[in-house]
Design a protein around this ligand. Sequence first.
Ligand code: NAP
Length: 274
Amino acid sequence: MRFRDSVVWVTGASSGIGEELAKQSHAEGAKVVLSARREDELNRVAAECNGPEETVVLPLDVTDEAAITSAAEKVLSRFGRVDVLINNAGLTQRARIIDTAMSVYRQVMEVNYFGPLALTKAVLPSMLECGKGRIVCVSSVAGKYGSPMRSGYNGAKHAVHGFFDALREETQGSGIDVTLVLPGAVKTDVSINALRGDGSKYDRMDSFLESGMSAAGCAARILTAVHLRQREVLIAEGIARRNVWLKRISPALLSWSMRRRKPFRTTVTGNRPT
Ligand SMILES: NC(=O)c1ccc[n+]([C@@H]2O[C@H](COP(=O)([O-])OP(=O)(O)OC[C@H]3O[C@@H](n4cnc5c(N)ncnc54)[C@H](OP(=O)(O)O)[C@@H]3O)[C@@H](O)[C@H]2O)c1
């Protein structure tokens, strides 16, 4: 019961990693606030939570700044504090730069960068007042190196690292811990929900995600990192893990090895467009 009596707010709680973060932190004693856009899915996840404390379903589009302010007010008026904010909502892209509309870049940036930033700013004053709090951002190995077909996502996740590293420095000694999470391949709907260059839904399961780690396993490792107040945690195996290290040691070698791989392998499941 590592999160007994804690108020944990999870964005992107309607599926994938966020769903598991909500369920597992609830099972460990947290009062959980579940946010995402799809209220029906949030209600399903809340109904499947079976911890001792309450769950609150709070629909939220993280690209809507006014909605973020009002959601934070609701959470703070209900609980008086947020102990753990997990910025997990995310959106990726599957298209080459030449084919990607600016509107897609802006949308990917809004969800992955400005959303976490705005939500963090909305809860930060209360955490500073309490003299404690944990702020988590689920980034990606895509925040450490760039690869084909996801340039907007790479840019947004790199930006997230700059922001949350700066936040950690600015809040030194305040009782606030900042954890950046870098998953590799996790088997979720993230590629199905990805945007094509024209903004339409990609709707395919990437083969490397199909064989990735489970969302439950990833969430368990995230919660351990949060509990241990780790600054940054790499949750990746195989090529993704190796690439993070290669980028540090020899960016040229990483680039060479990436050019040898097909950038766009997919298996097809679910609603494949014909
Ligand atoms: N799966 C992987 O291999 C992998 C690897 C590295 C990093 N990550 C990161 O892990 C996080 C979770 O992704 P996932 O893999 O669990 O994918 P997912 O199943 O597609 O989940 C994405 C979540 O984000 C929410 N979301 C999207 N746009 C939103 C918006 N505008 N406002 C509020 N919520 C929004 C979605 O809910 P609604 O549609 O209901 O709004 C959904 O709950 C993301 O930040 C992703 O970048 C995933």
